[in-house]
Design a binder for this molecule. Structure first.
Ligand code: FMN
Length: 146
């Protein structure tokens, strides 16, 4: 039986060591290699030292990746937005897609409701307002190859 899927999203702030495009690039190389091994997919958005990240995969794999993320000294103020079971992957072809967003785009995504329970009218939709905004942003963004 296939493992149940899980998603986690958080925001954080870069520390000094992640202040150049080269440092972010090196992080992406490392993160993508690990995510591929764990079969974790998702996206990382960045604006001027602020990050938003969405991860999806089996619960064990997402936990493992998130543990690495929490241990990283390259960012701080990690604030979890959602952590819950999901029915399907939305970023299945991205081991870690990356895009630069505007400050207001990141703010809107981070401040949206991310829990299904709070957003779901009569169980009709399985996509929270936060995920809807993220998917819309991703479809229209100049994303980088994963
Ligand atoms: C914003 C951010 C996103 C990250 N995303 C991932 C990820 O998706 N997968 C992963 O394995 N590690 C991820 N990491 C951890 C890094 O790949 C790397 O292991 C870590 O930055 C190395 O530790 P250090 O930053 O303390 O030097 C992330 C780190 C940061 C700061």
């Amino acid at each position: 039986m296939p493992k149940k899927l899980y998603a986690l999203a958080y925001i954080s702030t870069a520390t000094e060591r992640l202040s150049t495009p080269e440092a972010i690039d090196a992080l992406l190389v490392d993160a993508r290699a690990f995510n591929r091994k764990c079969d974790v997919t998702g996206v990382l958005l960045h604006n001027d030292g602020s990050f938003f990240q969405y991860l999806e995969g089996s619960k064990d794999a997402v936990d493992l990746v998130y543990e690495r993320i929490r241990r990283s000294l390259s960012h701080r103020n990690i604030c979890e937005l959602v952590s819950e079971p999901i029915l399907l992957r939305h970023f299945s072809s991205w081991s870690m897609g990356f895009a630069e967003g505007s400050a207001s785009e990141l703010q809107a995504i981070a401040q949206a409701h991310w829990n299904h329970e709070r957003s779901n009218l009569k169980g009709a939709s399985h996509v929270s307002p936060g995920l809807k905004l993220l998917l819309h942003f991703w479809q229209n963004s100049k994303r980088c190859v994963a």
